[in-house]
Design a protein. Sequence first.
Lengths: 427, 82
Amino acid sequence: MTLTEPAPGQAFGRLAPPTPRTSGSRLLGAGAPDLAGHLRRNGPLPRLPRPQALELLLRDAGLLGHGGAAFPAWRKLAAVHPGRRRAVVVANAAEGEPASRKDRTLLATAPHLVLDGLALVAAATRAGDAYLYVTADALPAATRAVQERVRAHRDDVPVTVVEAPDLFVAGEESAVVSRLSGGPALPRDKFTMTVESGVNGRPTVVHNVETLAHIALVARHGSRWFREAGTEDDPGTFLATVSGAVAAPGVHEAPYGVTLGELVARAGGPSTPLQAVLVGGYHGAWLAWPGAADVPVTRAGLRPYGAAPGAGVVVTLAAGACGLHATSRLVDYLAGQSAAQCGPCMFGLPRMAAVLRALALAPHARVPGTTAAEVERLAGVVDGRGACKHPDGTVRLVRSAMSAFRADVQAHLAGRCLHEYAGWGAR
Amino acid sequence: MSAPGATRAPVTREVTLHVDWTACDGRGLCTELLPELLVRDEWGYPRSRDGSREPVVPRGLRRAADDAVAACPLLALRLRGA
């Protein structure tokens, strides 16, 4: 095995540091500094007997996608039908969600797990091309890993590394397809499914990099092993990015079924008493604390709260902070991140942001028309009306805030705030 | 093996109206031709009366829906399942 020098200007220092190996750290514990180390640590990548073998293995394992939608991983493979045009497979590490660091961390820690997974999916779909779609800060690690494999003649399907712009919607599946087809990283109209027609019209399978890393381990260790962690319906482990008012913010791996309280504890515990947690990132939902501490991170566990595990993003809110103010700033950001292609999003999100901002600032400034009813009316107008789920996710966040922080809404409309300071209250 | 079409949209005889939101400019011709299905929002964009993402086009409105698809100046409409 050839040894490689670090790429010049390698940006490891700017990436979220990986967590020290703890029990159950399947992904973060499988990392290695180079290809040789990866193979020593994890063993060789098995060649599966037939293309359908991977699909069956993943179905038995019950692996869900880790990009946010939790779509069963095997289904995308099953949906690719042999045809005239060779398939394209994509490893998606765009990580447009600002509160998420897991994809970058995974690429810095265990890039060869990701690339093994990509190679397996490429073989299973008889793909002609593969892409690794990464943010600028992960480019050096990604490029270095790909080059190592090229020198070692590891992959049958060539992998092209493509930079994802730093936009919230850049990682949306159709935006990825658009970018890889030579266009902008903006969502496209979805009349046809990506698995049928994606990059340059070819059948395309897009998987989050974490999903691919799990695939690389399932191929080595089997579906029964995979199911030893997690729950019956949500098997395996996941990477969580925990931030806000916690002592050790960062990326932590845990089995599905872990409670939000345990997850916060793994992130060093609260640095100050907590009021609420945002589960699922900027398109997620607020859960009140301490009640949320006992909620398990599973689809069924979070569904009653209007939330889902998603891409494992948990942002904690300090007790002294105003949840309406924090949400208002998120919605300002989300409105600004609209691709500005679809009317309801382009006009509706800024309008919703303006009303929410007025509500958040209401103790000091009374703006006519600022009512909870107006927020809900606008939410109803934009929900479900756009080429992608950006308006839907923003509505979900807003509705959960109006519910979780209803006491704050009442107080603000009465001209006062219940909390000491604005923002997140993180130290 | 997985059943063919296992992950496709459910097979249905219903025809639905699909809006390409990236093309739609809120001109409103569709809302005039299909007032039973569509209204305009405060910015002029079509909104289904029943709140669905892709409203079902009943048989009796099929002709009007075809007209709306043809009339859209941005070619933003398509019928799915037709």
